[in-house]
Design a protein around this ligand. Structure first.
Ligand SMILES: Cc1ncc(COP(=O)(O)O)c(C=O)c1O
Length: 448
């Protein structure tokens, strides 16, 4: 199909995610034909550096030979079968592989098929655990402002990004929300590099008051991604771990976006040296090839569900595509690539390169801060640097930079006023420079 016809049919029949479809009247979607490493290639042959790993999923580059082979190998055996009463080697190998590397050696892996559904399963698992463990009054969840855990109703209920949840408020679960860490605009007047997570007191005071009713705290460790790559101190996580221990509350770590090397470590919790009770993983787990998510927990939670059938303690949560063999085979291959090709130990030069852009971006008057952790770099655009006041959302400053960057050959879909880099881990330092140059020029073109 030629590109013109493709876009004609797209305009007639397709409803794209997280998009005001009317925007396509001015800027139609880019028709992608293939991928090559860190590049997306459109129907006319134009190349775009995938600066955001296609919504943070692509981990090792597009069209990866080993992942292509793993997929074909598994497709030649079986693409999918029911995962209740049946099992298969890729799921077993993946579960054992994850058990060997997760913080705290969490040993039980429950399969779902996207990030939001993993969050739903994690919340239900925590709730049901307390119902079956003598503390049935623990029915609420505590989350923080700026958090993002997905778009299904349970996940939205524990989300803290107003933009996505405001209209649905009347149909969301009731819970507790604490003011979350926002280091750029810290209301304690501290700096993320040497603070003692003073802002943790907001969460702590809610827990002290309501711990009897709280089943779990859910948090994105180290970086609140959707809120604009808000990077915060690991001290926050250490304080959270000890608070949860003190009050019999689960810590659900949503590492859907940040696991698998994004923060420079396999799991973001490693920065703080803590282990969650329940860990949600997705996105990069299959290298960005297939939808897959897992909820990983330890024996204690698992055992609360393990009993004779008639006690009705089983976790009756399922998805048709639970444990999909194609996705699991890809995830097994991703773990092998990480081990054999030493992906994380070799990130060093790329991490340093991302860190080195700070001075250059902060030389622009419209940049309030360039922040960075591991393989994530973020540029906070501001209307006034002294007051840290952002551009009014109606100005769509980030979106205008995105459009300019597309023309220049980079995918840099913004988060409001934040332009960020979250590229495949395999990007070279030269490609990082290309990406940073495009971002710099585009910001300068649009905002001066
Ligand atoms: C931290 C986090 N949790 C959950 C989700 C939801 O995942 P999905 O989009 O696969 O439902 C996302 C997606 O961006 C995320 O970043």
């Amino acid at each position: 199909m030629n590109a013109e016809r493709l876009l004609e049919l797209d305009a007639l029949h397709v409803w794209h995610p997280c998009t005001q479809m009317k925007d396509h009247e001015e800027l139609p979607p880019v028709p992608i034909e293939r991928g090559e490493g860190v590049y997306l290639v459109d129907c006319s042959g134009k190349r775009y550096i995938d600066g955001i790993s296609s919504w943070w999923v692509n981990l090792l580059g597009h069209n990866h030979p080993r992942l292509n082979q793993a997929l074909a190998r598994q497709a030649g055996r079986i693409a999918h079968h029911i995962f209740a009463n049946f099992t298969h080697e890729p799921a077993v190998r993946l579960s054992a592989g994850l058990a060997a590397v997760t913080p705290g050696r969490l040993s039980r892996v429950f399969f779902t098929d996207n990030g939001s559904s993993a969050v739903e399963a994690a919340l239900k698992m925590s709730f049901q655990y307390w119902q079956q463990s003598g503390l049935p009054e623990k029915t609420r969840f505590l989350s923080v402002t700026g958090s993002y855990h997905g778009e299904t109703l349970g996940a939205l209920s524990v989300g803290g990004c107003d933009l996505y949840r405001r209209i649905y408020q009347p149909i969301l679960l009731k819970g507790y929300q604490a003011s979350g860490p926002d280091c750029y605009r810290c209301d304690e007047g501290m700096r993320r590099v040497d603070c003692n997570a003073e802002c943790f007191r907001h969460l702590e005071s809610i827990v002290e008051k309501h711990h009897c009713a709280i089943a779990a705290v859910i948090l994105e460790p180290m970086v609140q991604c959707a809120a604009g790559m808000r990077i915060y101190s690991p001290v926050y996580l250490r304080k959270l771990r000890s608070l949860c221990d003190r009050y019999q509350i689960h810590y659900i770590a949503d590492e859907i976006a940040v696991a698998f090397g994004r923060t420079g470590k396999m799991f973001a919790n490693e920065h703080a040296g803590v282990a969650p009770d329940i860990l949600c993983l997705s996105k990069g787990i299959t290298g960005g090839y297939m939808p897959l998510a897992v909820v990983v927990t330890g024996e204690e939670i698992y055992r609360a569900f393990y009993d004779d059938y008639v006690t009705l303690k089983a976790f009756l949560h399922s998805h048709s595509y639970s444990g999909n063999p194609l996705a699991a085979a890809l995830a097994v291959e991703v773990l092998e690539i990480f081990r054999e090709e030493e992906i994380i130990p070799r990130l060093g030069p790329r991490i340093s390169r991302l860190a080195s852009y700070r001075e250059r971006f902060e030389s622009l008057p419209c940049v309030g801060e360039y922040r960075h952790l591991g393989m994530i770099g973020a540029i906070e655009l501001v209307a006034r640097r002294e007051t840290k006041e952002g551009f009014a959302w109606e100005e769509r400053a980030g979106y205008r930079v995105f459009r300019r960057a597309l023309e220049r050959g980079a995918l840099l879909r913004p988060l409001g006023n934040v332009i960020y880099f979250l590229p495949p881990l395999t990007i070279s330092t030269a490609q990082l420079d290309e990406l940073a140059n495009i971002a710099f020029e585009s910001i300068r073109d649009v905002l001066g």
